[in-house]
Design a protein around this ligand. Structure first.
Ligand SMILES: CC(C)(COP(=O)(O)OP(=O)(O)OC[C@H]1O[C@@H](n2cnc3c(N)ncnc32)[C@H](O)[C@@H]1OP(=O)(O)O)[C@@H](O)C(=O)NCCC(=O)NCCS
Length: 212
């Protein structure tokens, strides 16, 4: 059997300097979401954990938001636009909230230009590993009933339909499907997850994953 190659993507905890790119990816993935998520606040949320998928050997110039200093306000002068900063390229990210033994996936999104390359799946592997590390019982989430692509990904990773929240999404009154895995440490789920990770490495390559 051929030795698996190293994937050009890896997972690491999301950082404050990733927030501008997270905003951009969220806007592309969920254009009707209002208000947008405050990721600066989320990164300080004690029950939340976010991971970013980074493309190796790729960088972007990010224009940071213009901030007014106290002296700008005092002198009523226009603040200088900040210099664009060179950052690692974030191609997707995922967030979970830990609540009463459940790791609830609050967001998952991949840049449109990078979809169907296994990044969504890598983020799901990350979510499962983080939940196991934090000794959570199950993974749960809500998904639009029309979002069949995401549902495919979740079913592949052992999620089952457990209920419906009627008219959960305010932009179009769409229902949310509530999905949950079996117990993460149960023998069936462990066997499924081990098989999925093996298949992932064979198909896409070895992906480095760093957690706090
Ligand atoms: C859902 C999403 C995260 C998937 O990311 P991705 O990187 O494209 O997914 P992957 O390439 O890792 O695909 C993994 C699995 O997802 C499913 N999937 C993803 N895109 C699919 C599509 N267009 N059609 C059918 N299945 C799809 C498949 O089961 C696939 O496994 P397979 O390759 O063995 O068929 C991405 O489409 C996205 O960001 N969508 C917009 C945001 C969103 O809807 N988030 C979910 C909110 S609940």
């Amino acid at each position: 059997m051929a030795t698996p190659t190293q994937l050009p993507y890896y997972l690491r905890p999301m950082r404050m300097e990733d927030v501008d790119q997270a905003d951009e990816i969220e806007h592309e993935a969920f254009p009707t979401l209002y208000p947008p998520t405050n990721y600066r606040k989320e990164l300080r949320n004690r029950i939340a954990e976010y991971i970013a998928c980074v493309q190796r050997d790729a960088e972007v110039w990010v224009q940071k938001g213009t901030k007014r200093s106290w002296t700008d306000l005092f002198r009523r002068r226009r603040p200088e636009p900040p210099e664009p900063a060179r950052e690692e390229l974030i191609v997707g990210f995922l967030g979970v909230w830990y609540m009463g033994g459940e790791a609830h996936i609050v967001t998952i999104a991949v840049r449109e230009s990078h979809r169907r390359k296994g990044i969504g799946e890598l983020l799901m592997i990350g979510a499962t590993e983080m939940a196991l590390l934090r000794e959570q019982q199950v993974l749960t989430l809500e998904v639009r009933v029309s979002n069949v692509n995401a549902q495919h990904l979740y079913r592949k990773y052992g999620f089952k339909d457990v209920g419906v929240r009627r008219r959960y999404y305010q932009d179009n009154d769409e229902d949310a499907l509530i999905m949950s895995t079996d117990k993460l440490t149960g023998a069936d789920h462990q066997a499924l997850f081990a098989r999925l990770k093996e298949q992932y490495t064979e198909r896409h390559g070895i992906a480095e994953r760093v957690y706090l």
